[in-house]
Every structure is written in structure tokens, then in C-alpha cells.
Design a protein around this ligand. Sequence first.
Ligand code: NDP
Length: 510
Amino acid sequence: MAAMVSSTDKRVVPAATNGVNSWGLGDGQAIPWEYAPAPEARDLVTLKERYGLFINGRSVAATGGGTFTTVDPATEQPLARVARATTADVDKAVRAARRAQSRSWGQLPGKERAKYLFRISRILQERSREFAVLESMDSGKPIKESRDVDVPLAASHFWYYAGWADKLDYAFPGRVARPLGVAAQIIPWNFPLLMLAWKIAPALAAGNTVVLKPASTTPLSALLFADVCVQADLPPGTVNIVTGPGEIGMDLVTHKLVDKVAFTGSTEIGRRIARGVAGTDKALTLELGGKAANIVFDDAPLDQAIEGIVNGIYFNQGEVCCAGSRLLVQESIAEPLIDKLKDRLATIRVGDPLDKNTDVGAINSKSQLDKITELVQSGIDEGADIYQPACDLPDRGYFFRPTLFTNVAQSHRIAREEIFGPVLSVLTFRTPEEAIEKANNTVYGLSAGVWTDKGSRILEMVSRLKAGVVWANTFNRFDPTSPFGGYKDSGFGREGGMHGLHAYVRLEDR
Ligand code: NDP
């Protein structure tokens, strides 16, 4: 189900393919450039026909035996049937987590918890190819990203928090850090394994136990992680994984034995979750959407900035909460920068996520593809100018061309709403003051980027941009030691670093 914009009637329509890749000459022209396919082996993964829930250290069928299908978004073919949890299953999982918290995991000294976390990290490294292939099959992300970003970062999160498990006294000097209890964790589909690691690693390091609900379109890496928990000999009930529709997420959030809720996903569901815990003493962290400004000043190294812009918005098909989806360019360099960007776009390879040459894989689901298509159409209708390189898309699967909009007004939907797709809106500015005003003119506040030669300007911008993370002369850089999170409609609380640990402890006086 490929899509492109027809130049005649200005509607987003399915695209034809011509079987070759291209090398850009600027402004949509391209010369043919063949790439030999370099597919990663699918047989690194042994898919089960059916996956159960992971409760109390065992795989179990859902009460009533319900299942749902997870599909490969690049082929639209089913991958496996997965148990569809009910309210009763959520209750079982929370009770298993509660038992483990009071009897086994919660009683272990920090240095013992650390050993398990180091072991999990080691197993993730040992099984990294298997995880990378499975993640790309289930989510549509290019193998080079799951192989080089998602899986290594997931392993390093466990490694990093393993280091803290026996050092909580040093993390919070003069205070006693106690676990909160049972953590309900709901994760999205854009970085399934990595979001699992961001949530489970600090929770376990601090002595909490976990019930995690993955997104329905990407449950498989979490279920493979259940295998890792068994392999690491984690006490049963320490980690529980329930798969099923959004409503069971709400059952989890509102369960009376849950002490902490951590959610990553849309602002709309984040608001519902906040309402669900209101009036209780549950701790809550929300990591929601974004509409980041990536700001390029006229003294920036242009070629580097181009790579940063491309990485900022086309990484993971733009399905990234902190994606640099609004490019703010200083007016004096707008023309050369956009020309260079168009050339670079023409070299981006869109296609089979399991091909090691692929830069942009499949959109995660049909509904997400429809949402992107609708927002791109709104950009055309509202008068922005669209550019898409003449690249080829596969006949099947949920693919979308890397898209660039110029002549964008701040009032356009494509400049205000989170598209969560490979779509960049370019706006211009004349002065740093105007750049700050435009960058902060959003309901979100998750991330931003600044490209300039001047250190003093970076510091000034960083102090005035209302964003949880600001990258300077780079974009989309992640590290377990560094906190990540937002302001305003992007949520609250931080994940990563010591801040991420803080979200899973109750601090008491000595
Ligand atoms: P959602 O916020 O609906 O999904 C995120 C997670 O929440 C999934 O595990 C989902 O389960 C679960 N969920 C859904 N409904 C509820 C509920 N009522 N109570 C508790 N949990 C629930 O995101 P979508 O997949 O619908 O994507 C919509 C938009 O959200 C995207 O287009 C994008 O703009 C944004 N988004 C932002 C993300 C981010 O990282 N900030 C991540 C993903 C999406 P299930 O999959 O079973 O529905």
C-alpha cells in the first residue's frame, strides 16, 4: 500500500514502482542506481504460531482463549497469533508481581538484583541478531536501526541500571530509597524493545516488580524478552507481560495493587491515564508526543546539518516522539539548504526493512499510514509546497515516501500536529529571537535541535527553548546515562540516568 502525491490533481495516491533505486540530482531528478539486495536472514528467528501471556514466570493462554494477530507491516502477512488478555488476566499478572515484590525480588539485596540485570543485558547482547530481526519484522523498522540502535541501547540500559542497583545510597545521599512496589508499564510500537528496557531496567534496579503491556501491533519482542527472563532465572512474577487491546492497559492502570504507572504513547491516551490515576497515591510518569524544532543558523556546517536533519526526521520512518519534524532555517541559507536536502532525500532508500541497505522501512500499521496520508493531504490543501523524491516503493506493505514541505505557515496542521511519519515541515526565521518564538510555539515540549558554530549561541538557545532535551549540532542521540522526557503536552517525569531511577523509588529520611 505505497503512496505518493500526484502532481496533477494534488492528492495522495498509491505510487507505481519502477524497480530501481536512485541517486539524486536535485529537485526530483534522479539517475537509476541499482543496489544488490542485502537481506538479513529471517531464519534467525523462530516464530511460534501462538504466543501466550507471561505471568508468574510462565507462558499461559488468556482466560477464555482469545487471541489476536500481529502482522508484518512490510508484507501485510500475519506473523503470529498472540494471547488477548482479559481483565482477569491483568489481575493475575498484578497479583503475581505483588507476590514477587513482597516475597522474592523485593527482598533481594541490591547486589543480587544487579547480577540479574547484568545477566539480562548479557543475554540481550548474545541474542541481539535474533531480537533485531524480530523487531524489524514486527515493527517495520530497518534492520540497520534495530541492529545498531534499538537492541544495543536496550542492552546498555540494563547494564547501566544494573550498576545502580547496589548503589542507591549513593544515588540519593542522606536518604533511604525504597521501591514503590508494582509498576504498570505501557509502551508504544515505535521502539518496542527499547521502551521496554527504558521502563523495566530502572524499575527492577530499584526493587520494584513489573507488569508490562506492549502495543498490539508490536508484541513479539516483549514476548521474546519473556524468554530472556526465564533464561536469566529471574524469580517468577518479577516481570509479567500482558498482551491485548488498549482497554486492558486501562485495567492495569486502575488496578488497586499497582503503585506506579509509566506510559509512553499518544497525548490523548496519556490524558486518559492521568485521569485514571487521579485521586490515588500512584506515582505517574508520562512520555507523550512531540513536534520538535530543529533550528539551523546561517553559521552552521551545512553538510553536517543536512545529515542531522535527515536523521532527525527520517530515522525510524519519523515514528519518533522526539523527531525533528519542524525544520527552522535562517532565511539567508534557506535556498542552498533546501537544495542540498532535496539532493540528499533522493539518495534515501525506502523498502524491505530486513534489507541492510534500507534507510526507511515500513510504517507500523495501516491506521498510522492513513493518519500520515491524511495529514500530508492537509498540508497540500492548506497551501504548503510538497516535495517527494522519485524513489521506488514496494508493491505491498505500508510504505510512505520521505516528504518535505516548504512554504509552511505556523498555522498549518503539518506545523502543529504530530504526524509521526517521514514528513518534514520547513519554516524560516531571521533572528534568534524569532527562532525561539517559533520553536516554542507548540503545545509540545519534548526535544529540539540547534545547529550553529557558536557555543554561546547554543547555551543561550538551550536556556530559552522549552524542551526536555536539546541537542546541539546533532540530533536523536540517546544514552542510558542521560535523562529524557518533556514539558507541557509532552508529559512529565524523566527516563534514563539517575532521574529515571528517581521515578521508581520512594525516598525516606534516614
Ligand atoms: P496509543 O497512545 O494509543 O498507544 C500507546 C500504548 O497505549 C499502546 O500500548 C496501546 O495499546 C496503549 N493504549 C491504548 N489505549 C489505551 C487506554 N485506553 N489505556 C491504556 N493504554 C492504552 O498510540 P497509537 O498507537 O494509537 O498512536 C496514535 C498516535 O500517538 C501516533 O500517531 C503518534 O502521533 C502518537 N504516538 C506517540 C508515541 C510516543 O512515543 N510519544 C508512541 C506511539 C504513538 P494498543 O496498542 O493495544 O492500542
